[in-house]
Design a protein around this ligand. Structure first.
Ligand code: SAH
Length: 365
């Protein structure tokens, strides 16, 4: 009789993370129990530990029979991410973690604590293939997609950290390394695990989960059709194609009008306001006329279902570009608002530890 290797025991190829409990949906978890000779109900029990208590070590799951713990650990809890270092700033309110995956790949996540909420900025890929010239991650190219579990486990660790401090992780932004919509299926599965209530997920409110994209138009539409209500953020950075072709090279494939049409489709389908990211760069995209054009285009495409988030550029090492002077930034905000589009400036955390937007590029150990 031909025997097929159970999926959970497949040896990982280099670069392909081993299957982990957090990769599996409810059916997959039950099937995996069968494969290791445990009754299906154990799947929910383990899920309650992982998603409800943020416990990832089966040896600590003391309501499992002792002889099952080791088996579960070996089959379903391979070590995925090991923290290489934690660096804090902003009086300990911002913490960047450098992670090493089992194949040596490096990636980062950033935890930001505010009064009454805590936001984790997570990576969806190691590196990024989008090559935006102002972004540190974009300079190094794409190493590989992260697996669903590698994405989910960044969240679990931060949730455990917050719980240990008597608090809670409330918000997730896919604004770390990588382009989430270029790793669509794994990111979508991760979003489900992050938002579904325990035992299927961490139960973080959909509205508090933001997926940020360079403007991968077809996948924005696909995401709109999934029946989720996560917040969509589109990194526009300029309203005209000529400059956007340079700042966000994927614009050569999906131009501004296509991206805004897809954003409108997202807003229509989900009823959610779309967030537009705009890194303000001195003398590059901070002109008065661009602010006017941005406001006009957004108002036309999205009406009142849009909000602009200005991010003062965080200059990356060796970059000739800089943030706009405060006066020009204020004028930009004023002009966008004058077109009927709400516009605010993002508070930039983590500057001094290279944990601010676009600075995430693992430099090594
Ligand atoms: N690939 C996704 C997530 C990237 S990071 C995306 O492009 O949306 C999240 C945001 O930080 C994006 O809007 C990105 O353009 C922005 N960003 C990148 N580098 C930056 C920098 N040096 N200064 C300010 N914002 C930057």
């Amino acid at each position: 009789m031909a025997t097929s290797l159970p999926i959970v025991l497949k040896a990982p190829r280099r670069g392909t993370p081993a299957t982990h409990f957090a990769d599996l949906d409810a059916d997959g978890r039950k099937a995996s129990m069968k494969e290791i000779g445990l009754p299906a109900f154990r799947a929910d029990q383990i899920a309650r530990h992982y998603y409800g208590r943020f416990e990832a070590d089966p040896m600590e799951m003391t309501d499992l029979p002792e002889n099952a713990r080791q088996k579960v650990k070996e089959a379903l809890f391979p070590t995925l991410l090991t923290p290489v270092k934690h660096i804090s700033c902003d009086d300990g309110e911002t913490r960047k973690t450098l992670w090493k995956a089992a194949d040596g790949t490096l990636l980062e996540s950033v935890l930001m604590k505010y009064p009454g909420r805590a936001t984790l900025c997570i990576s969806s890929q190691a590196g990024c293939g989008m090559a935006c010239p102002f972004c540190a991650t974009g300079q190094g190219g794409l190493q590989r997609n992260l697996s669903t579990a590698e994405i989910v486990d960044q969240v679990r660790e931060a949730a455990a950290t917050m719980e240990a401090e008597g608090s809670r992780l409330t918000n997730i932004v896919f604004m770390g390394m990588g382009e989430p919509l270029a790793n669509y299926n794994r990111v979508l599965a991760a979003v489900r695990r992050i938002t579904e209530p325990a035992p299927n997920g961490f139960g973080i409110s959909m509205r508090n989960v933001t997926v940020s994209t360079v403007g991968f138009a077809p996948n924005i539409r696909r995401l709109a059709d999934e029946g989720l209500s996560v917040t969509l953020a589109v990194s526009l950075h300029t309203p005209d194609d000529e400059l956007r072709d340079e700042l966000v090279p994927i614009n050569n494939r999906f131009e501004v009008s296509e991206v805004l049409d897809a954003a409108r489709y997202y807003a229509d389908k989900t009823g959610r306001r779309v967030s537009i990211e705009y890194a303000l760069i001195r003398d590059i995209n901070d002109h008065d006329w661009r602010a006017d054009l941005l406001g006009k285009k957004l108002h036309k495409a999205l009406g009142s279902r849009v909000h602009v988030n200005l991010i003062p550029l965080n200059p990356t090492p060796g970059s000739k570009w800089d943030a706009s002077p405060k006066k020009q930034q204020d004028e930009f905000v004023r002009r966008v608002i004058a077109q009927g589009v709400p516009c605010t400036v993002r508070d930039t955390r983590g500057n001094e530890i290279a944990a601010a937007c676009g600075q995430l590029a693992a430099e090594g150990e």
